[in-house]
Design a protein around this ligand. Sequence first.
Ligand code: ADP
Ligand code: MG
Length: 709
Amino acid sequence: MTPASGSDSKGKPKGYFGDPLNMPVQYLKGIGPARAKDLAKQGIATVRDLIERVPRAYRDYSRFKHIAEAQNGQLESLMGTVVMVQDQRVRGHLNLTKVYISDGSGTAAGVWFNQPWQAKRFPVGTKVLFAGTVERRGAQIQIVNPEWEIIDEESSSDPLHAGRIVPVYPLTGSLNPRDVRRAVHFALQSAVHLMPDTLPPAVRERQGLMAMQEAWRSIHFPDSEAQKERARTTLAFEELLVLQTGLALVRRQTVAEQVGIAHGPEGEVTRRFRASLPFRLTAAQERVIRQVAADMESPRPMNRLVQGDVGSGKTMVAVAALAKAVDSGHQGALMAPTEILAEQHYINLRRIFAPLGVEVVLLTGSLTKRERDANLGLLQMGAAQIAVGTHALIEDRVAFRDLSLVITDEQHRFGVRQRARLQQKGEVVPDVLVMTATPIPRTLALTLYGDLDVSVIDELPPGRRPVGTYWRPEASRKQVYDHLMRTEVPAGRQGYVVCPLVEESDKLQAQAATEWYERLRAEYPEVRLGLLHGRLRPAEKEAVMEAFRRGEIQVLVATTVIEVGVDVPNASMMIIEGADRFGLSQLHQLRGRVGRGNHQSYCVLIADPKNAEARERLQIMQKYSDGFSLAEKDLELRGPGEFFGTRQHGMPDLKVANPIADLPILERARAEAMRIVEEDPQLLRPEHQALRAAVKARLGEQFGFILVS
Ligand code: ADP
Ligand code: MG
């Protein structure tokens, strides 16, 4: 056959000769271009997509009842022979179709409103199944909009729509449940035998799992509740096994197989840094610093995550690690997700290190070429020991003379891939320390950072009082601002005003912030206001931040650019406008900018929320001040995906597994993954080929590692 010349857009494709799993869904029986488009809206393009999209729910129509025994209000499956079909008009415009079936014990009607075509489907004498919620009045039994199935020879052995546990899928456009179910059925028939068996047989046996093909079939059309559960466990396990295997490989490539730098013991820089501290480190800080130091002294590359709530003092851990690198005669780098934060760290580090004779340089994307070249020169010569920067640090050909330590701050924006890239910068593999304020329950830490060791700073510096958090309606705005401008500011405190969120663009957001600033300036001319948004040039941003730090600016009107890292202990009040439009984790980060000194601090959330979930978020913010409780609440509220923004982590979407609810499966999958990678580090054994292919296909790009083939 020759390809059709000038393909006919309306005509059905003549045939498909590629891999059946990759066949576009529109070639499936009963789908066609219109329904294919509706499926595409759900991200389903191929037969494989159709198989891999698990049902969103099930209805159990597996228990047949004699019609006479059908109970009012129950979900039932009734089977019988069509005895009569009625099509009637009621109240002028309403069309009522009733199809009566009988099974000898009684009669029941399937009822449809305004779907006269339904009548034609059920000629008298046809054997059918109706399933749905029974409405019974005396002997009159009916099901409105029943799931139905015509029982012919084929379907009596394998019904799809009734008389069984029936899968329910999300619907869009013109899709109806029957079409989708049928499409999935055809997809399974034509291609499920080609779905790879990613689970090595030994793992499958040890874990009591199904074969993958059986699992795919059963997740869509289970014969029983138990079979469905086993299928789900199998698929969740497989998904987590692939992920954990990927993480184990990354870990192996970055840690186990590489030689790192063995740093020396505590030296002069560290001692002088400690002596210069105006406060005592908390026990938690000391413990984490010890763990980091032990990693750094070991010749194995460090790969450690430090978790600590906002304000817990993570920067001190970073400084201690950098001091150790310098003491050992090497260089260290600190990376931050935003320029503001990088600049802030730069100023802090310079203040700490300059008196100790240690040179710190800044490297961000927006330095002038001359500044940049100068700083690069210092690093290459080894005249500067510490570099602070944004992503630009890893994105360019920044060459250090002797880089031994890379720290990334607020790491929730750096993925596995970026971490892996970091460790390719130096000649020997530098130690990597990742710091995050995102409170990650152990379950998710395993999912997201399975390649890292974890330390937790579980204590705030002494004297911190929880930030008093109040949700106020817009009608109270004046009062709230008066408190900030006329009570806090005259008492010598400072504050932040976070502008309403504008999603459309940076530019509109900057405009909105500017307008807000102008309004406040007109209203409170006696207060020294500053403005900070993402469209300012770096030098301008730095000038504003510096003025705020010195107290020349009393109230800073800002966008969420201040979300992370900004540290001005004298700031005691924050007003967040349009607070209902922020997520919990973002509100918590923002609130973390106040309550950093010894002054009682306040955060006022101004919002007139329109939906219940937003109201709940605001109430949660009022009630909880620590990140871990908030994270738990948020997980309850929204499920794991959104809170942690797995996309930001560069993690694949999980289609079946739920990293919170499936913790036991996750832990088993992790143990198996470590065992596999331990025994077969390149996944070269025949029984690991399918797993290897899956790891490559699903994670290769995100994790940026290469499996030598
Ligand atoms: P985060 O963990 O949010 O990055 P920072 O490192 O910015 O926290 O520290 C928050 C504030 O607490 C800073 O002003 C810092 O100087 C101060 N700080 C850190 N450790 C201590 C401590 N042990 N005692 C008192 N203040 C501390
Ligand atoms: Mg910080």
